[in-house]
Design a protein around this ligand. Structure first.
Ligand code: KG4
Ligand code: ZN
Length: 358
């Protein structure tokens, strides 16, 4: 691979269509030239969650206009693209096929190679797009809608899972609790907003696996405890939410958020202690949570640990992280882009399968 090259990245694994252009110049941290995003939240809101078929169709509608927008904003043309990257998985099969199909069609018509990226590796490396990029090695707390993992990261493709959720992910705990409180979809940001006005000590909720001797998480019990509490307050089958005083709802939201955040913070600190690393990277949608950031920053500062986050806009799904992960894999030489144009997506794809052996 030549030292300087331009990567187009396409993300379409769930309910966001993202396209971005990243420039690699030698061994420096690749730079983001432009990115564009279309969120399908409004479209899915009416159904209370993501409808896969609608998601796929909307990706089809959005992906080419977003590509044109990114090229125009970066004053580039299709001829300037050296590699086309796409999210290969995990995610919704039909949605993934849109991004991979478009990427392979673009690559084939331009005679440029393509590269399928692991969505979670995109999240993991997204802080390298920030003004304050991390340095390897670091501990990563990966908290997305479907995954909660603590990892030791020694380089691109060198990921060791230290602990992960045995049931629900932290994002799911936010989303499911939000649904119980009548907050709809997407629940995480709505619950966080409501929690701002609430008392986090108002309700005693469990901190699952907090005292366990490993770095695994479990959030399913928390969701059940929130449900029991909601029932006690008279909330059943999604009705009567409006009948509750605002401060009661806010208190329950704040208590739920506090339980999730405390577990994430404490386990991250144990991971830092066990690895003796002084750098923490937080990535994935839940990494946008203000309370999580405040508490991690405070606890890390006490221990001389630096915490790195993606830019707020790049915490949730986007094309920039896909272009970036492809750029870094190519730059580090652990993978080459291919002209096979086999858009074989992997809706289920464990992150440890993309590791390089040290
Ligand atoms: O990484 P992401 O965009 O998608 C996946 O790859 O899953 O993460 C989405 C998750 C959802 O569960 C959403 O509710 C949660 O991130 N989320 C938040 C916040 N923003 C997004 N959770 C708590 N507080 C937030 N501010
Ligand atoms: Zn994601």
């Amino acid at each position: 691979m030549v030292k300087n090259f331009c990567v187009l990245g396409i993300e379409s694994s769930c309910d966001e269509t993202g396209v971005a252009l990243v420039q690699v110049s030698g061994q420096g941290v690749p730079t983001l030239l432009a990115h564009a995003l279309h969120s399908q939240i409004e479209m899915h809101q009416a159904y209370g969650g993501v409808v896969p078929e609608l998601a796929s169709r909307d990706h089809i509608r959005r992906v080419l206009p977003l590509t044109q927008q990114v090229l125009a904003e970066s004053s580039r043309t299709l001829k300037d693209l050296d590699v086309v990257a796409f999210t290969r998985g995990p995610g919704l099969a039909g949605a993934l096929l849109v991004g991979s199909g478009v990427a392979c069609a673009l690559g084939a018509s331009l005679q440029k190679p393509v590269l399928g990226v692991h969505h979670l590796e995109g999240h993991l490396l997204s802080p390298f797009l920030s003004a304050d990029p991390p340095k390897f090695p670091f501990v990563a707390l990966l908290v997305s809608g479907g995954h909660t993992q603590l990892m030791r990261v020694d380089g691109v493709g060198r990921y060791q899972i230290l602990g992960e959720t045995i049931d629900d992910a932290a994002g799911e705990a936010f989303d499911k609790s939000a649904k119980l409180l009548g907050l709809g979809y997407p629940g995480g940001p709505a619950l966080a907003r409501l929690a701002e006005a609430g008392n986090p000590l108002a309700y005693k909720l469990p901190r699952p696996l907090l005292q366990s001797d490993n770095l695994d998480f479990s959030f399913a019990g928390l969701k059940t405890a929130v449900m029991m509490q909601a029932k006690k307050l008279g909330l059943a089958q999604g009705c009567a939410v409006e009948a509750l005083p605002d401060d009661v709802l806010a208190d329950l939201a704040a208590s739920t958020q506090a339980a999730i955040v405390e577990v994430l913070v404490k386990k991250s600190l144990v991971a830092l202690q066990e690895t003796q690393l002084k750098r923490l990277v937080v990535a994935g949608g839940v990494g946008a949570n203000a309370s999580l950031r405040t508490q991690l920053n405070a606890e890390s500062a006490k221990r001389g640990v630096r915490v790195h986050y993606p830019e707020l806009l790049l915490c949730t799904d986007n094309g920039a992280m896909i272009a970036m992960a492809a750029a870094m894999r190519l730059q580090s030489g652990i993978q080459a882009a291919s002209k096979a144009y086999a858009f074989d997506v992997r809706p289920r794809w464990p992150l440890d399968l993309i590791q390089v052996t040290a």
